[in-house]
Design a protein around this ligand. Sequence first.
Ligand code: PHE
Length: 260
Amino acid sequence: MGFTEMPTNNFVESCFWNFDALFQPQQHPARDAHDTFFVSEPQVSDIKQVPPDYLQRVKKTHAEGGYGSQGYKVDWKTEEAEKNILRTHTTAVSARMLYKLAQQEKFTPVKYFSIDRVFRNETTDATHLAEFHQIEGVVADYGLTLGNLMGIIQEFFKKLNIKKLRFKPTYNPYTEPSMELFSYHEGLKKWVEIGNSGIFRPEMLLPMGLPEGVSVIAWGLSLERPTMIKYKIDDIRTLIGPKVDLQMVYDNPICRVEKH
Ligand code: PHE
């Protein structure tokens, strides 16, 4: 589908790229230790690597607003942004890539993807893991709509022969509008959430320096949940973790995607 891969080779991320750059307020419950794994060594990242003018614009947008937004009207602290965590989503990488894109002399449309591991401090059960894989997609261009977003997602799942798809309006701090994605699991006999998506907010994109009028549609899918649906697996813990049947690993061919 013409996407290029993003570099996701860092499990440890700063709160800045995982949350703040995405206009996720510092008081947001997802930033709590109940949902996020904090890293104790080193506890903080080198925030000086973030260009100071950009950091200031992010701070201001959160605390005072700007770009047509009221902001959150609460104090924004560097000490919160520099904390190291295990990334909770690969959208942290998308934020880094979009910032980089915004630094180009002239904007060019892009289609990016990544597939890599994310971490959430969750109690595991048949459909939840504390570490899983995300399939992330980002498309940036002038005039993209929600219709484009739904079309690309449908096309992607059609290729996997997953046709029972539903979109449900939801809320994310960094996208508006936002939609959760559901697909029907024949074994569990219910619709399960397989991803989340939306159009990135101006409060995220404009401080980066992307031109007004550029819209960025994006999504993050679970790799394991659609795998459960496709292969009729009832318990996600049989896919990664200590419950994995090693014979399943031995019996399955290694899958390689060649670039050319
Ligand atoms: N980061 C979201 C999640 O982890 C997925 C997402 C990505 C939503 C991009 C919107 C845009 O659930």
